[in-house]
Structures are given as structure tokens and as C-alpha cells.
Design a protein around this ligand. Structure first.
Ligand code: BGC
Length: 804
């Protein structure tokens, strides 16, 4: 397609209009040249769509730490294809994903949304994700370019990092996804070496578009473009969201007055047209599928993108593949581990996350699945084991919405209904975009209604989370009527981590109550914005009684499974964590349960590391990460051995936060200095001489392996290994190159074998594992390099030498 011919048909105003969003999620159409609206939507675990609401469901896959824990690039590619299928179903052309920043400090708030501490693993998993999504005709925007590895002061913070470390560590995954052919990329909020990333011409024009030859489009993070000329010259092509922003008329004047060359604008328009052409939004491209079909079911236009993928089945499979078994003790030395469970007839299932799983992290990574299978539901579905549930303790600070059919009624000034939309829970959310049948100019309030029938009598708690005036009625009687004020000065907190107020309401079991919340519809940066939650909690006995009850249930059961989790207040966007402790009294609960039943399995439902002081007291520890909507089915599969836990840690797991090589993420005078250089993750641990709870790459399956032989030829390593256990299994063969704290992951592969079977794997080692950035280019470190084939970073099985 001749993009220049199309550009020549556009006047300057139209070209500039294309460089800023038309609204929260799309670029404006230009029908004269056959350009449709180009629609973007957040990932990475699903495709939320243009409306931030449960009324517009999406498949919810496991979070990125779980994806990386599979170390399985073929599976990740399939995940990408499913996401493309979801995107097409919802009329989305560009998926704002994957997040490929690194796990520098375990306190990073969006750690769960990034893949790994290791740049190579991140790059390989990220590349497979990009390829999968784009094979489905949908663009990706790996984000956030670059050094956006923590959240504190994220809009303004400056990261000071050496050129070499930037190249070898933080830019490396971006370089990899560009080589995989990503059609887009997102510039970050933060600055690097004093220049904010949307204005960072050296890195965006110089490295990305110049050296790496990136021909895709560069979109800003939301509101990250803050200047006219500097950002216009900085390489970011599209400022999101719109329609307001620092470009528009101001950029037009800058071009007319010769301060910004028109060729810069033309280059951007060319990139947008190329994007539109690639995703089928430019005439003659493949049209996006009509929106409106049910979640996870449709393929693209007939047959074009292969057979439809069953999203529910894939979500369950990926979850189990990412589950990482860190400990699995038997009754004594030599006896098989407690997992997979055998001969169990009664199982005590304990923890709030067992009944209400944390299937994803918070913030813009949130999507709304149309079903969530909790561990309780997944285990009960098996039918052959008696599941005895006890809450134990509830660490959540905010109450969860009620999962019950609800409606949101959009009201005008006179209280007349403009539109009514069904909701799957009592959470009302439309961020930036209202439903298409609601006229934002007429909207004055949104009323949420739900009929609720409690199972137990007593004093229930109802809560409102949001900002602004709220009225809550129960059967028409007002129980709350007040204004909730925003805490802090980050306006995004109004929907990412809103304040909450509670009221106590007596309910009788079996009676149905009409709950109604009325809240004025607000505007945020000129955009319509509705975000509030009606939460609920059953009456509960005191916290000590809850733990005592869990202990009693555990003692009387064959096995105890405690599901421990972080909360929305801990792992989300816009803030970092302050410690790695499991919130609330969960550590105490686990210790008490383990003392009552030695056959205790702890399931850790968290997207990033938590301290596990009770590890020595329990029989098994299984990380499920944020497992996505099919959490409970996958957990049942793994606990009972229908599937093997396939995961290996994509990040080193500290025993204590203070031991981690990088902890602090607090800017000093607006700057965070990456003083540790390349020594993050296992290289930092190695250098510090400290021992983590579990090394990078750790994870057990249900069988055992002998590593039989290794041979190296050039940078190709061949390993033979045998499944020495009694059941079929999978192993992630990890190859590290170098010595001491220079040792790094250079290649990996997933193998499968039947009991007794020997398999061979040939692994091509990454060129960059034997190179360093010398200021002007990559310099190959010629000579002999030791390589080790390992089960995990510390568990070395075989060694060889490669000669470069
Ligand atoms: C996040 C991005 C996200 C964007 C749009 C930003 O706050 O940092 O990751 O894609 O919002 O929701």
C-alpha cells in the first residue's frame, strides 16, 4: 500500500488530529482515505475492551509472572492467539501489552504484571506473546519503554542508569520484541537520565527507530505526553488519551511556524497508516470482527486465523503449567511427597482466597471475566472428596463486590432513565468511555440496583468504595448518605484504589433485600467516568474464633489446604509495596493449621514474592500466582495429579525482603539510581553472597530426572536427560553461561518424557549471553565460556565449555 499517496491527500489539521486519541481508547477515523477508527485496549491477561466494566466481559488468563513461570514459549504463543481472538471479537485492533519491565525490586507494585527478573527470559516470553497476538491480526505495544520498574512517583521519577546496564539489561527485552516484529510500543511515564521517555529522542528516535529499525507506532502511556514541541520531536507518535492534549492546535501552529518540521508529522501518520493496514483498519485490510459475541468463543473472519481456540480450556491449562511447586515433603526420607494427593477423603480448605480467589492483579491490568472458578468451587466439582471450608482469616481491607446479577441505570437531571445495563457483580465501572447508548452530556447519576438474599442471619457489612457523594438504600430505606473524599493527590486512585466506607445492616437469612446505590456520574480529565463498588461481608465471629475454627477443621481432615493471598491493596498499579508479608493474620493462621495437621499444603495466591516464614512447618508449598478465571479447576487438577505443576520461578524468591539485592524504590530528590548495575535478580543474590528462600528457576514436578550428558558445539548445547520417576512429566532444562556473579541464563527448553524415557534437547544459546555493550556497540567476549545445564539456577547438573 502506498502510504505516501494517502498522506498527500490529508491537510495538516487532519494529520495532526490523527496523532492524538479521539477518546480514551481510539484514534479518529478518516473516511476519505478509508481509515477506520483504530481501537486499543489493555491486556495483558485478557482484552478489557473500550468499556471498563463487567458488562463487557473478557477471558482472564493467568498473570504475566505465571506465564513466565511456564517457560513455555509455544504455550505463550497460543495465549497470544487467544488474546487476538478476544480482541477481534471485541473490535479491538491494538492490545496494550505485554508489560516487559523487569523485576528489579520485589516491592515493585506491578511486579505481577511483568514477566521476570531476567532480561533474556522476559524477552523470549515477550516475543512469543507478541508473535501469537500478531498472528491473529492484532497489534501489540510492549510497554513501558523503558526503566518503568516501580511505581513510586511514576509520572515524574527520573531513573539514573548507565548506558551499558540500560543496553544489557533493561532495553534487552524491548530489543527482542522489536526483532520479533512488534507493530507497536508504549513509552513510559518516567524519565531516564533526566529526560522523560515521551521526549527521549535518543532512545526512541535513536535506538528504537534508528538502530533497531522499528517501523511500528509508538504510543504514549496514558497522559504521558505533556509538551508540544519536545514530545513532538521526541519520537512518540501518538498521544493518548484524547481528544484533549498538548498537541492538536498547538502542534499545528508549531509546524506552521517551522518549529516542528512537517516531515516529522508525516512520518507519524505513515506509522499510523502502516499500523492500520496491518490490523485491517485501512480499506482493503481484513475487517475486525463485529463486537458483541460472548466471551472467548469466536474466531476471526471464517477460518482466517485458524480454528477457534477454547479460551476456558486454555486458561485452565496455562494456570496449571505456571503453578510452581516449591516444596513437597513426604512422610520421611525417601517417601513420596504429599502431592499429588492420594487416598484423601476429607480435605480442609482454608482461607478467604479459597472462596474468592485473587485471579488477577489490580490497575489497568484488570479485566472482567464472565466466570471465576474459585478453589472451593474447583475442588467441590471433583465430587470424590469431602471439602470442608473454613475462612480462617480475611486479609482484605476493602470488601468484595457481591456476585449477583445487578443493573446500572444511567439517569439524567430529572432522574429519567437514559439507559440500563446488566452487571455480573455490584461493581459499576465505566472509565473514560460510557456505554454507547448513554449521552455523556445528559448523564447526571448512575444508580446500581441488586437483589440480595443472604445465607446467614446477623449483622452484615455493606461498603461503598469510590469518590464523591453516595446514597445507599436497603428496601428503600437510606443506610448511607455521605461524600467520600479522595485520599492523596493521584486522581487515578479514585478508580485504582478508592477509599471505602462501611455500614452494618441486620439481614435475615433467606429474605431478599433490594439494594440501591445512587452516585453522581463524574468527569475525569474531560472524560466521563463512573467507578464505584458496593461491597459486602457476611457476619463473622471474632478473628480468634475464625482461626480456632480453621484449626479444628484442619485437625479433623485427612489433609489441610490453606490458600494464602495478597490483596488488591498490595499488588496493583500506581503504588509500590511496602513489605513482602502476607497481609493480615495469614502467617499466624498457616502456622496454627500446620501445627494441627502435618499434612498441610499452602497455596500461595500472589503475583509476586511473599515472605513464607512457615515454610519449614508445612508439607508442601504451591505457588499459583494470579491464576486467571479457571483458578479452581487448575488447582484441583494439580493437587490430585491430573496435571503436573509445570512452573519454575521466573524470579528469585527472598526469605526476607531485606536480603534482596535491590529493595528500595523511593526516589531521592526525584531520582532512583540503578546503582547495582546489572546485578539484579540472581546475579545480585550471587554477588551479595546471601541465599534466597528459592532460587530463580526453582520448581518441582511430580517425577524425577537424571541429566545424562551434555555436548557443546559452537553456541549450541545438546543435553540428554531421563525421566527416572514413575509418571510422565515435563522438565525445564536451563542453560547458564559464565561463572560467579557473571553467570546468566543463556538458553532453555521444555522437554516431556514418559517414565524411563530418555530425551535429547538441542538449545541454541543467546548471542547476547557472550557479549557486552562497550559504549559504541556489542563486543563479543571471545574465548572459552563454561556452561551448565541446570534444574534451577543453583542446582547444576552438567557442565561443558563453549568456545566463541
Ligand atoms: C498504564 C498502562 C495502561 C494505560 C491505559 C496506564 O496508567 O500505565 O499500562 O496501558 O494506563 O489504561
Amino acid at each position: 500500500m502506498d502510504f505516501d499517496e494517502l498522506i498527500n491527500q490529508l491537510d495538516l489539521g487532519t494529520k495532526i488530529r490523527l496523532l492524538t486519541g479521539a477518546d480514551m481508547w481510539s484514534l479518529p477515523p478518516v473516511p476519505e482515505i478509508g481509515l477506520d477508527r483504530v481501537v486499543m485496549s489493555d491486556g495483558p491477561i485478557g482484552v478489557r475492551g473500550e468499556q471498563w466494566t463487567s458488562a463487557d466481559p473478557s477471558i482472564a488468563l493467568p498473570s504475566p509472572t505465571a506465564l513466565a513461570a511456564t517457560w513455555d514459549v509455544d504455550l505463550v504463543r497460543q495465549v497470544g492467539r487467544l488474546l487476538a481472538q478476544e480482541a477481534r471479537r471485541k473490535g479491538v485492533h491494538v492490545l496494550l501489552a505485554p508489560t516487559i519491565n523487569l523485576h528489579r525490586s520485589p516491592l515493585g507494585g506491578r511486579h505481577f504484571e511483568c514477566f521476570s527478573e531476567d532480561a533474556y527470559l522476559t524477552g523470549e516470553v515477550g516475543a512469543a506473546y507478541v508473535e501469537g497476538v500478531q498472528e491473529g491480526g492484532v497489534a501489540t505495544t510492549p510497554k513501558h519503554f523503558v526503566a518503568n520498574d516501580f511505581e513510586t512517583d511514576r509520572f515524574t521519577v527520573n531513573v539514573q542508569v548507565s548506558d551499558r546496564v540500560l543496553r544489557e539489561v533493561y532495553l534487552r527485552p524491548f530489543e527482542r520484541v522489536v526483532s520479533a516484529g512488534s507493530w507497536g510500543l508504549m513509552t513510559a511515564y518516567n524519565a531516564v537520565d533526566g529526560t522523560t521517555m515521551t521526549e527521549h529522542s535518543d532512545l526512541v528516535n535513536g535506538v528504537l527507530k534508528g538502530e533497531w529499525g522499528f517501523d511500528g507506532f509508538v504510543v504514549s502511556d496514558w497522559t504521558a505526553v505533556r509538551t508540544t514541541e519536545a514530545a513532538a520531536m521526541g519520537g512518540t507518535d501518538v498521544a493518548m488519551p484524547g481528544p484533549n492534549g498538548p498537541w492538536g492546535e498547538r502542534l499545528e501552529s508549531a509546524v506552521r511556524e517551522g518549529r516542528v518540521p512537517e516531515s516529522v508529522v508525516d512520518d507519524r501518520v505513515r506509522r499510523i497508516l502502516r499500523l492500520a493496514h496491518r490490523v485491517g483498519a485501512l480499506r482493503d485490510g481484513t475487517p475486525a470482527t463485529e463486537p458483541g459475541a460472548p466471551a472467548g468463543e469466536l474466531s476471526g473472519p471464517a477460518g482466517e486465523f485458524g480454528a477457534p481456540i477454547d479460551g476456558v480450556a486454555l486458561a485452565r491449562q496455562v494456570a496449571a503449567r505456571g503453578f510452581t511447586l516449591l516444596k513437597n515433603d513426604g512422610a520421611g526420607p525417601g517417601s513420596p511427597g504429599l502431592l499429588p494427593l492420594q487416598g484423601v477423603t476429607t480435605l480442609a480448605l482454608i482461607g478467604s482466597a479459597a472462596a474468592e480467589a485473587r485471579v488477577m492483579g489490580g490497575g489497568s491490568a484488570q479485566v472482567f471475566p464472565d466466570r471465576i472458578v474459585s478453589p472451593l468451587a474447583g475442588l467441590r466439582e471433583r465430587g470424590d472428596v469431602e471439602i470442608r471450608y473454613a475462612l480462617g482469616t480475611d486479609p482484605r481491607i476493602r470488601l468484595a463486590p457481591i456476585t449477583t446479577p445487578a443493573t446500572a441505570r444511567f439517569l439524567d437531571e430529572d432522574g429519567a432513565t437514559l439507559a440500563e445495563h446488566p452487571l455480573a457483580t455490584t461493581e459499576a465501572r465505566w472509565v473514560g468511555q460510557l456505554p454507547p447508548d448513554v449521552d455523556g452530556d445528559l448523564l447526571k447519576a448512575v444508580c446500581l440496583r441488586a437483589a440480595y438474599t443472604p445465607d446467614v442471619s446477623g449483622d452484615h457489612e455493606l461498603s461503598l468504595a469510590g469518590v464523591g457523594p453516595f446514597t445507599l438504600t436497603v428496601d428503600g430505606e437510606t443506610v448511607f448518605d455521605a461524600t467520600i473524599e479522595l485520599e492523596g493527590d493521584d486522581p487515578a486512585a479514585a478508580f485504582l484504589s478508592p477509599p471505602e466506607r462501611r455500614v452494618v445492616v441486620p439481614f435475615t437469612a433467606g429474605r431478599t433485600y433490594e439494594l440501591a446505590v445512587t452516585h453522581p456520574a463524574g468527569a475525569f480529565g474531560g472524560m466521563a467516568f463512573v467507578a464505584y463498588t458496593l461491597g459486602h461481608a457476611d457476619p463473622t465471629p471474632g478473628p480468634d474464633e475464625l482461626i480456632a475454627e480453621a484449626v479444628r477443621v484442619a485437625r479433623d481432615s485427612d489433609v489441610a489446604v490453606v490458600v494464602a493471598s495478597t490483596t488488591l491493596e498490595v499488588e496493583s498499579e500506581g503504588f509500590d509495596r511496602t513489605d513482602l508479608r502476607l497481609p493480615g493474620r495469614q502467617d499466624e493462621l498457616i502456622a496454627a493449621v500446620a501445627a494441627a495437621n502435618p499434612r498441610t499444603v499452602v497455596v500461595v495466591n500472589a503475583g509476586s514474592p511473599v515472605e513464607m516464614p512457615w515454610t519449614g512447618q508445612v508439607a508442601a508449598v504451591l505457588l499459583t500466582w494470579f491464576p486467571g478465571q479457571e483458578a479452581g479447576g487448575a488447582l484441583a487438577d494439580v493437587l490430585f495429579g491430573d496435571a503436573e505443576p509445570g512452573g519454575r520461578l521466573p524470579t528469585t524468591w527472598p526469605a526476607r525482603l531485606a536480603d534482596a539485592p535491590v529493595v528500595d524504590v523511593t526516589p531521592v530528590d526525584g531520582t532512583v539510581r540503578y546503582e547495582e548495575g546489572e546485578y539484579i535478580g540472581y546475579r545480585g543474590w550471587e554477588r551479595s553472597g546471601r541465599t534466597p528462600a528459592f532460587w530463580f528457576g526453582s520448581g518441582l514436578g511430580y517425577t524425577t530426572w537424571s541429566y545424562d550428558s551434555i555436548a557443546a558445539e559452537g553456541t549450541t548445547v545438546t543435553v540428554a536427560l531421563t525421566n527416572t520417576g514413575a509418571r510422565a512429566g515435563r522438565e525445564v532444562v536451563q542453560i547458564y553461561a559464565g561463572d560467579g556473579d557473571e553467570r546468566r541464563l543463556a538458553g532453555f527448553d521444555v522437554v516431556e518424557a514418559e517414565p524411563g524415557e530418555t530425551v535429547l534437547t538441542t538449545i541454541f544459546l543467546a548471542e547476547r549471553a557472550f557479549q557486552t555493550w562497550d559504549g559504541a556497540g556489542w563486543r563479543t567476549l571471545a574465548g572459552e565460556h563454561p556452561v551448565t545445564a541446570c534444574h534451577d539456577y543453583a542446582d547444576r547438573r552438567l557442565s561443558a565449555t563453549v568456545v566463541i
